[in-house]
Each structure stands twice: as structure tokens, then as C-alpha cells.
Ligand binder design. Structure first.
Ligand code: SMG
Ligand code: MG
Length: 368
């Protein structure tokens, strides 16, 4: 397949409600969409970086320049390419899995479309529906949190994840657990604590949490291993896992007992499948994380989440949880808390032209 052009497009879409984590609050989703034109088909990818380098060191402006100045030129120079070769082709660039993943996923979408094959079937999917959880941001009050949780449970979500940060943790979790003694409940700290906060983690042990996600520094596997050794509750790593090698190290060190896989964080769906394989080999459950993706990224996430090792509900929520009007046809969750995996060729969705026109902030077309 020959890639003839790469189009970068920055889009901005308002969120239905602000999303607050331990590192900040956002009220709109801004991301770089990548469209590749090839000799056989067109493909789409979505970069999961944020406006600022907060969740990771990558950010939208950096991803744009990296693709424009390094990755796309390498792709053009390579001539006839297949998606499976791109990991090697892009290995001259260190790091930057979010930027690489967006371009790689777009090429894979084009390739699979030309073959008439769905991404889920290509990845080796075992099911056509996946169980959905929802990630609830930090709210101004406990009452507001309880109201949001009630709303999501009424919609059918099978697992509730609460964002926590120092000062908004044990009491919030206690209130939600008291109101809902039997639900699958987890927390995500986005790296906001240190080992000096051991008392807080010990206190959280009372609430039968499914897991505590990324409690400590994003680069500190050793500290996570020390914390996990002192807790009955399973730790899950998110930010710390940027590659299959990270997953292997975390598992062997005992830094976590569950892995959150975000295809966009680890360099695209092909790398994500490798992370899945590493965890599965070690008997470690995984689940599909989310980065408030538009329908393009959501389609990729759902295909990934349909692999056999994804045994826990993911942050694969319905479009309506994020946007009044998604960029693609909306992803809808059934009342049983499951969502269908796209089955059309490639990622199975395309952004709507009218929505692209309304949400585009910048476009640049790259050619050899
Ligand atoms: O896509 O539903 C979603 C968001 C899930 O909580 C979520 N993502 O650390 O897991 C995480 C966060 C990262 C995004 S914060 C803008
Ligand atoms: Mg997380």
C-alpha cells in the first residue's frame, strides 16, 4: 500500500460536563485526527494526547509536529508499506507512542478497509459486545458525586470508577460504597500520591475496591511494587505502562495485578494487542482504558476490548457520556451495560463531514 497523503486535523468538541482529575479539569475534548489517503483506501486515527502535557509528556502541538516533520516523511520515503511494519519504521523516533499510534492506526484502518476486514476480526476478537464501565470525575461535592453515580448506574454501567486526589478520596469512596454495597467500584488517582500516603490506601481497603489505579508517580514501578506488597487490594497501572516491555516489568516486579490498556497510550492497537498478550501469558487481567475519545478512537478501543484477555469492564462508555453530538454516529450502550463492537471493515466508523466542519480548529495536508 502506498500512502499518498496524510491529513492532520485538530478538532475541539465540548464535553457534556467538566471532567476533573487529580491533575486538572477539562470541559472540552481537543485532539488531533489523522486521515491517510492511500492507493487502496482512506483510513482514520485519533491521537489521545491532551492540549497540555499533563496525563503524559505528549501533547497535541507536539504530536502534530512529530507526525509532520518525522513520521509522515518516513512513511512517504518507505514507499510500499503495511501497517505491521510501521512499528519498526517509526522506531528511529524514541517515545511518542500517542503520535505514532494515531498514524499507525490510520494506516491499519485503510489497509483493513481495502481487504474488507473488520479491525476486531483482524485482532482476533472473541465477542461482538463488550461490558462497559464509566469513569466519574472529581465533583464539587459528595452529593453531586452520588447523583452522577446514580445516573450512570441507572443507565446500566457495569463498573463505576471514581477519580480521586488527596483530600477527595476516602470519604467520597465511603459515601458511594455505602449507597451501593454491591457494585464493581474502583478508584483512579492519576499518580497523585506517594508512599507516605500509605494510611489512605489502608483506609481504602475497607471498601472492597476492584482496584486502585495508578496511585503513585507515573515513572515509579518500584514504589508501586512496594505499595502492592502492603495491600490486599489490587493495584492497576495506567500511565506507567507505555509498551509491552513496561507491562512485563510491572508484572514481574509485582507493581500491579491488573493492567489498564489504552491503545492510544501504547502506540496503537497492534502494540496494545502485544501488551494484552504479555498480561495474558502471566495470567494478569486487563481492561480497556479511555482518553475521552471521539467516535474514531472509541471504535479502536472497542475492537481492542473484544479480545479474550479483557475480562473486566472498560472505560468504554457511550458517546452520550462525553458529547451531545459525537463526530461519528453515536456509540450507544444497551441497558444491560454492553456495547456492540464495530463490525464494518477497518475501524468501522467515519467522522461525519458536517461535524468535522463544525469542530475543526486547524488542518494541514502533508504530501511527499
Ligand atoms: O474515556 O471515559 C474515558 C475517560 C476515562 O478516566 C479516564 N481516563 O487516567 O484513566 C485515566 C483517564 C485519563 C484521561 S484524563 C483527561
Ligand atoms: Mg487512569
Amino acid at each position: 500500500m502506498i500512502v499518498r497523503a496524510v491529513e492532520l486535523r485538530l478538532v475541539g468538541v465540548p464535553l457534556v460536563r467538566p471532567f476533573r482529575t487529580s491533575f486538572g479539569e477539562v470541559n472540552r475534548k481537543e485532539c488531533v485526527l489523522v486521515r491517510v489517503e492511500t492507493d487502496v483506501a482512506e483510513g482514520w486515527g485519533e491521537c489521545v494526547a491532551d492540549i497540555e502535557p499533563d496525563f503524559s509528556g505528549e501533547f497535541n502541538g507536539g504530536a502534530w509536529i512529530l507526525i509532520r516533520d518525522f513520521l509522515a516523511p518516513a512513511l512517504f520515503r518507505a514507499g510500499d508499506v503495511a501497517a505491521a511494519q510501521l512499528g519498526d519504521l517509526f522506531s528511529f523516533v524514541r517515545g511518542n507512542p500517542m503520535a505514532k499510534g494515531a498514524l499507525l492506526d490510520a494506516v491499519l484502518d485503510a489497509e483493513l478497509k481495502s481487504e474488507g476486514r473488520s479491525l476486531a476480526s483482524y485482532l482476533g476478537s472473541e465477542r461482538d459486545r463488550v461490558p462497559c464501565g464509566v469513569s466519574v470525575g472529581i465533583t464539587p461535592s459528595t452529593e453531586e458525586l452520588l447523583a452522577q453515580v446514580d445516573g450512570y448506574l441507572a443507565e446500566g454501567y457495569q463498573r463505576i470508577k471514581l477519580k480521586i486526589a488527596p483530600g477527595v478520596d476516602v470519604e467520597r469512596v465511603a459515601a458511594v460504597r455505602a449507597a451501593h454495597p454491591d457494585i464493581l467500584l474502583s478508584v483512579d488517582a492519576n499518580a497523585a500520591y506517594t508512599l507516605a500516603d500509605l494510611d489512605i490506601f489502608k483506609a481504602l481497603e475497607d471498601f472492597n475496591l476492584l482496584m486502585i489505579e495508578q496511585p503513585l508517580h507515573y515513572e515509579d514501578m518500584l514504589q508501586h511494587a512496594k505499595l502492592q506488597a502492603q495491600l490486599g487490594t489490587d493495584l492497576c497501572l495506567d500511565e506507567s505502562i507505555r509498551s509491552p516491555a513496561d507491562a512485563a516489568a510491572a508484572i514481574e516486579l509485582g507493581a500491579c495485578r491488573i493492567v489498564n490498556i489504552k491503545q492510544g497510550r501504547v502506540g496503537g492497537v497492534l502494540e496494545a494487542r502485544r501488551v494484552h498478550d504479555v498480561a495474558r501469558e502471566a495470567g494478569v487481567p486487563v481492561w480497556c482504558g479511555g482518553m475521552l475519545e471521539t467516535g474514531v478512537g472509541r471504535a479502536l478501543n472497542l475492537a481492542l476490548a473484544s479480545l479474550v484477555g479483557f475480562t473486566l469492564p472498560g472505560d468504554t462508555s457511550a458517546s452520550a457520556r462525553y458529547f451531545t453530538d459525537d463526530l461519528t454516529e453515536p456509540f450507544v450502550m444497551a441497558p444491560d451495560g454492553t456495547m456492540g463492537v464495530p463490525s464494518r471493515p477497518g475501524i468501522g466508523v467515519e467522522p461525519r463531514l458536517d461535524r468535522l466542519a463544525e469542530t475543526t480548529l486547524a488542518v494541514e495536508r502533508l504530501q511527499p
